[in-house]
Design a binder for this molecule. Structure first.
Ligand SMILES: [Zn+2]
Length: 483
């Protein structure tokens, strides 16, 4: 039996100030097909698990590329087509295959393509024909489209936010596709649209219990899989939004009925499951009121992992204005300031202008007189076990605040984003991280309290500030909707 594995992942924010080219994929990861480089950020996705499962099952595994770029604006058309066509050419060369497994994101757009995943899956289906099982794993921040559903055999998103379960979902998809290929099951899929925007952590109730409840339905009573798809709220196109996808064994009526029931429940809990966000001063008041640290403040709107620049200064400015000390912030993306720090050297004190550069939600640049406390060529932090590189980085200190400046745009995943630059995160009263929710997996164990800050930013949930033109309406919370 022959398995073909490939993947491409990009979460596209149509409001991001950062264009996306092939260089953006090269900076994060275009995985060599030789099997090397398995510890890079993209390997936290299910691609390597598909390969592992195939090899464990004594299949012949044809590996095409897996590439990943940090979230940003739609990909340049020719660069997307070049990467896609490489996957398709590898598939044609590998034919005939019995099974195709694709690790995609589900919210990828390119110039000329609203739905890159639908485009890829449709082209794969044309090559392999109707009988071959195509399994697709997506991020739960997917905007699942008709083309994706129509052309895949089993489509599933990760269940957890933070996304700690790509490996388990890959195993599940592998298993279902194998059983479909053997004729043991006949997967049918139904998608129910849930017209809501939002970011919904699965670490909190009531969503935690809802995820567990739906996971427990799988493998029973003809239900093969249930995906609660959160959607990606910053991809402005007609098929964006949350959804519920149910895969049933041969019974479309059953899939439809369950997707509708769960979709309505998902929609009706939307206000309870959105993470609470405080304005900056309220968040700082709460952090200061906490008897001990570190209080982790998540600047969720300036998350590079959702297409923001990662260089906004709103939170830093407020901390400086209030004269709050014993704070560490990681990271502000500012390659130019990093270069100045390298030129001046560790121990030097220099005038530096940091952050506030890239887009209209970056805020003002901040002028500081800072001591350079550490420099590192390639500090590493970890995203669910895989390396998420920071690039050349510097730690600077001013007014009782430590700030990490970095060169590869990246969200804050783990405490190494501080410690690799000589800052002991446990010793600070307040840690500011630029991440919406993924920080939670590695920071919760050391945090005395976690506070989500609703600062301005490219990922703000103040949706009315974005010039949506193509979103399907009505959409909650912008419009009044009832289900
Ligand atoms: Zn996601």
């Amino acid at each position: 039996m022959k398995l073909f594995v490939a993947g491409m992942a990009h979460e596209t924010n149509t409001f991001s100030p950062l264009p996306t080219s092939k260089r953006a994929f090269e900076e994060m990861m275009i995985r060599p097909k030789t099997g090397q480089g398995m510890d890079r950020i993209g390997d936290a996705f299910g691609y390597k698990d598909f390969i592992r499962m195939g090899e464990q099952s004594q299949m012949q595994v044809a590996k095409s590329l897996f590439c990943f770029a940090q979230p940003s604006a739609p990909t340049v058309q020719k660069d997307y087509e070049e990467l896609r066509d490489e996957i398709l050419a590898d598939l044609k060369a590998a034919m005939p295959v019995d099974m195709v497994l694709l690790m995609l994101h589900g919210a990828q757009m390119a110039q000329g393509y609203d739905d890159c995943e639908g485009d890829i899956i449709e082209r794969v289906r044309k090559i392999v024909g109707p009988e071959v099982a195509i399994g697709v794993e997506l991020d739960l921040h997917a905007n699942v489209t008709k083309a994706m559903i129509d052309n895949s055999t089993v489509l599933m998103v990760c269940k957890e936010y933070p996304h700690i379960d790509f490996d388990k979902r890959a195993e599940q998809i592998f298993d279902l596709c194998l059983r479909a290929q053997r004729g043991e099951i006949k997967p049918v899929m139904y998608k129910f649209n849930v017209p809501m925007l939002g970011a919904f952590p699965t670490t909190r109730e009531p969503l935690r219990s809802f995820v567990d409840e739906t996971a427990a339905m799988e493998g029973k009573d003809g239900i093969l899989s249930v995906s609660l798809v959160h959607g990606f709220s910053w991809s402005d196109f007609p098929e964006m939004g949350a959804s519920v996808v149910v895969v049933a064994d041969g019974d479309m009526g059953k899939a439809k009925a369950l997707a509708e029931t769960l979709g309505k429940r998902f929609f009706n809990m939307r206000k309870q499951i959105e993470s609470p966000r405080l304005d900056i001063d309220e968040a700082l008041d709460q952090a200061l009121a906490e008897p001990k640290g570190p209080v982790v403040m998540a600047d969720r709107s300036d998350n590079a992992g959702g297409g923001a620049a990662g260089d906004s200064t709103y939170v830093l400015e407020a901390i400086l204005k209030r004269g709050i000390k014993n704070v560490a912030l990681s990271m502000i993306w500012d390659p130019m300031a990093v270069q100045s720090c390298f030129d001046a050297g560790v121990g030097a004190t220099i005038d530096l202008r940091i952050g506030g550069k890239t887009g209209k939600f970056s805020g003002n640049p901040v002028d500081v007189t800072a001591k350079i406390t550490a420099l590192a060529e390639n500090p590493r932090q970890f995203m669910f076990g895989a390396v998420a590189p920071l690039g050349r980085s510097a730690a600077i200190q001013f007014d009782g605040i430590d700030v990490v400046l970095n060169s590869i745009r990246q969200q804050t995943f783990s405490p190494e984003a501080f410690s690799e630059l000589g800052i002991d995160p446990k010793s600070r009263k307040i840690l500011v991280v630029k991440s919406t929710q993924h920080f939670h997996a590695c920071f919760a164990p050391i945090a005395s309290k976690i506070i989500y800050v609703g600062a301005p930013g490219t990922l703000s949930t103040n949706y009315l500030q974005f010039p949506y033109k193509r979103m399907p309406r009505p959409m909650a919370p912008i419009d009044k909707v009832s289900l």
